[in-house]
Design a protein around this ligand. Sequence first.
Ligand code: 13P
Length: 264
Amino acid sequence: MTGLRGEGRSHVPVTWVGTSWKMTKTLAEARRYARRLADAWGDGTAMPGVQPFVIPSATAIAAVRSELGSSPVLVGAQDAHWEDAGAWTGEVSVPQVADAGAVMVEIGHSERREHFGETDERVNAKVLATLRHGLRPLVCVGETAAVRDEGGADAHVVRQVEAALRGVDDPSGVLVAYEPVWAIGSRGRPAGPEDIVGVVAAIRASAPGVAGVLYGGSVAQGNAAELLAVPGVDGVFVGRAAWSVEGLVEIAYLAGRSRQVPSP
Ligand code: 13P
């Protein structure tokens, strides 16, 4: 995939380690985090092959981008509308988040699907809009506990992925984040490798051309390495455990180390 904003280098597989701050952080907190992350990460040569990203609230995208300066850390938006502009009170568009410095757009997080009526059709429209403007969609998919208990996790998630990618000619710019709903947040149950390996394989089989499949849902310093070791997992998408700079950097470090483990 070429032509995505902020990514001029030739394509080498990377391990993605990123966080959405969800609805947290004042501007001052966002700026401080970004400054400290830029210092901690440097030019990234200490952790080759790991691509960090941060997804703040829309209010902080420009400030975070600016504080990061020349840092290779990428900045994303937590959502964006499918239209470029217009009478859509309260919304932000892909051109607007791009203007603020975002190069990624998170789409279809389960919190948006559950609380804000995000449908597969809208997710698809947002994916198409994001690609149209040269940004990278990060499409979130995942099943509820009830769907898993009925044995329908693979089919449910594959359906979400296929719906998200409808009409996408070249999916090689798209990232998929598999985030089982039952594993997300403070009341979530952390998943083990055995819980996710089958769904990750199903995503890979249904969308072999995507740029990567990330895992998210209660990822923390204690379980990141085992989740990153699951075949087909190209990174982690972290909430709470990366809301501190130390948390993100520690998980990125684990990701860097897991890349260096030689295959048996
Ligand atoms: P937690 O890591 O806090 O469970 O959140 C995961 C998530 O939803 C990332 O998008």
